[in-house]
Design a binder for this molecule. Structure first.
Ligand code: IPE
Ligand code: IPE
Ligand code: MG
Length: 255
């Protein structure tokens, strides 16, 4: 059966034409580098923070689109360990966004069985920000639907160094031996230990770089870059990226 049939019964149809997707080849884990908020705003003569606000408003829409087509995990890169370098006012604004996002959206996310998670360092986040995120995680812990994972205060090199230190600590204490170091065991020391690697990574805004995002985990992910800025990235763009993913041959070094 055409997996898109159920769309047509929606009271609020999506503002996009759903492409023919192969229901048997939906990426399990999609990661998005949500980039271009500042440029989106500047293009409109607005302050950069207006772009961050518009970007925040786009999160639920794309989450629902991912959920509808059967994506299991959606990781959204929201703030990097390098983003602290930005002007204080901008950082403060970004840190306050979860205070608006979660109270506004949590009920609908719960109705849709979404489970909230965070990948990143809690240290450094303002108390109120951390609290609202932890509450959302706690309230959705038992949900069994899409995992909406925010990469917040996340940086891949920091993650790998921290993982290496933790692993060496365990070696020192005799919990594991050097011989037991493997790709699999090292993965367990990363912040993503409970998540499979992304199948598809999308970056918006036209930049074609990884910016310290999941360097280990993206080893064999399909990469998709789009010119659209994050606030203008629609369900259609998301489906197009999945369609593009479905046209790729994942070889993992084999034939
Ligand atoms: C992405 O948009 C959001 C964050 C990095 C927090 P940017 O703020 O990087 O927007 P541009 O890239 O400057 O346009
Ligand atoms: C990457 O975007 C981080 C997030 C989207 C959260 P940046 O805008 O920080 O990346 P660079 O500085 O252009 O590499
Ligand atoms: Mg940027």
């Amino acid at each position: 059966m055409n997996p898109w049939k159920r769309w047509f019964g929606n009271k609020e149809p999506l503002d996009s034409t759903v492409p023919e997707l192969d229901a048997d080849n939906i990426p399990n884990h999609v990661a998005v580098i949500m980039d271009g908020n500042g440029r989106w705003a500047q293009k409109r003569g607005l302050p950069r923070v207006a772009g961050h606000h518009a970007g925040m408003k786009n999160v639920k829409k794309i989450t629902m689109a991912a959920n509808e087509i059967g994506v299991k995990i959606l990781t959204l890169y929201a703030f990097s360990t390098e983003n602290w370098k930005r002007p204080r006012d901008e950082v403060d604004f970004l840190m306050k966004l979860p205070l608006e996002f979660f109270p506004k959206e949590i009920d609908e996310l719960i109705r849709n069985n979404v489970q909230i998670r965070m990948t990143g360092w809690e240290e450094g986040l303002p108390d109120a920000t951390l609290k609202v995120i932890k509450d959302a995680i706690a309230r959705t812990k038992g949900n069994t639907g899409l995992i909406l994972n925010f990469a917040l205060n996340y940086g891949s090199r920091k993650e790998m160094i921290a993982g290496m230190k933790a692993m060496l600590g365990d070696i020192e204490q005799g919990k594991i031996s050097i011989e037991e170091i493997s790709e699999q065991s090292f993965s367990q020391y990363l912040l993503t230990s409970e998540l499979p690697d992304p199948d598809l990574m999308i970056r918006t805004s036209g930049e074609q770089r990884i910016s310290n995002f999941m360097l280990w985990q993206l080893a064999y992910s399909e990469l998709c870059f789009t010119e659209s800025y994050w606030p203008e990235f629609t369900e259609q763009h998301f489906f197009d990226a999945v369609k593009e993913y479905q046209s790729r041959a994942r070889r993992y070094g084999g034939l």
